[in-house]
Design a protein around this ligand. Structure first.
Ligand code: FAD
Length: 277
């Protein structure tokens, strides 16, 4: 199988770089083909601006969605963006790896998504009408492929648990997992998160590396997070509200959009810990 690892860390000797090497080695050992997009090394342009849309004339007002649609459909997006789109189409699985910065991804990676997830490719796909709200949330260009996050965090694991002050990690990562990855169709696996890494030393590395190797071995077999697909009847169209009677145990918030009925019998994620949203 083909795996694309999009990697966002500025330091080649970082912990993240060492973990990336562990993941890649484990994937290659299983016979997978791997491509890496190393955003800092590639000096990736992170901001969306006029230069992204070669079809836009000098005096035309930039309407970003419209410009993205036009250049995507014409095949005239910039070369760097086209190359990443090709990689995404090639890959059976996408891994995004980054240090948690201000409870989210580094800006360079957000900029990769802003520029590469073009209109007509990652959004604005499928029929939009009163009876169908496009191909998204489980459907879309990238359906049938898998995606997963590898994240390092300075904070303690307890601080990211259900009652922890930072908020549950699954909630913090929901906009990425559900809003960015599930949206264009990916089946999203539970994230691989390493906590308290700033205090990490060499003795802490090997157990984490071993857990990561195990996750790489099950990249194509472990069950994804059971997000509710948009067009399978759980949502009312066009309000896109969850149907009355569903998700009653959660009442509101991100966990409404996970179908607990479909969870594995033990209710465990692939890390062996309870899925907390
Ligand atoms: P590094 O600094 O490269 O390494 C961390 C430790 O791992 C070092 O002590 C290093 O010696 C050790 N190590 C052990 N084995 C190895 C090995 N084989 N190779 C390399 N190093 C090894 N944290 C949060 O929890 N929430 C936040 O919102 C948050 N926001 C942040 C915002 C910013 C702007 C910054 C700079 C940090 C933030 N942090 C936050 C902390 C951040 O998540 C961590 O600093 C980051 O995850 C550490 O990963 P790294 O790859 O940079 O580690």
């Amino acid at each position: 199988m083909n795996v694309l690892l999009v990697y966002a860390h500025p330091e080649p000797r970082s912990l993240n770089a060492a973990l990336r090497d562990v993941a890649v080695e484990a994937l290659l050992a299983q016979g997978h083909d791997v491509q890496i997009s190393d955003l800092y090394a590639d000096n990736w342009k992170s901001q969306v601006d006029r230069a992204d849309f070669p079809s836009l004339t000098e005096h035309e007002r930039l309407v970003t969605t419209a410009a993205s649609k036009k250049d995507f459909e014409a095949g005239t997006l910039t070369e760097d963006v086209q190359a990443e789109i090709e990689k995404l189409l090639w890959a059976d699985a996408l891994i995004l790896q980054f240090p948690l910065w201000w409870f989210s991804m580094p800006a360079i990676l957000k900029g990769w998504i802003d520029r590469v997830f073009a209109y007509g490719f990652a959004y604005g796909v499928g029929e939009h009408s009163d009876s169908r709200w496009g191909d998204r949330y489980g459907e879309g260009t990238l359906a049938g492929k898998r995606a997963m996050l590898i994240v390092t965090a300075g904070g303690w694991q307890e601080h990211y648990e259900a009652r922890g002050i930072n908020g549950p990690i699954d909630d913090l990562l929901f906009p990425i997992n559900h809003g960015i990855l599930y949206y264009p169709g990916y089946d999203v696996l539970p994230p691989f998160v390493v906590y308290r890494v700033d205090r990490f030393d060499d003795s802490g590395f090997e157990p984490v590396a071993e857990r990561l190797r195990e996750r790489m071995q099950t990249l194509f077999t472990s069950p994804p997070i059971p997000y509710r697909p948009q067009n399978a009847g759980d949502y009312l169209i066009p309000s896109m509200q969850l149907r009355p009677g569903l998700g009653e145990e959660s009442k509101s918030g991100f966990s409404l959009h996970i179908d607990n009925e479909e969870r594995d019998p033990a209710g465990l994620n692939a890390e062996g810990s309870p899925v907390s949203v």
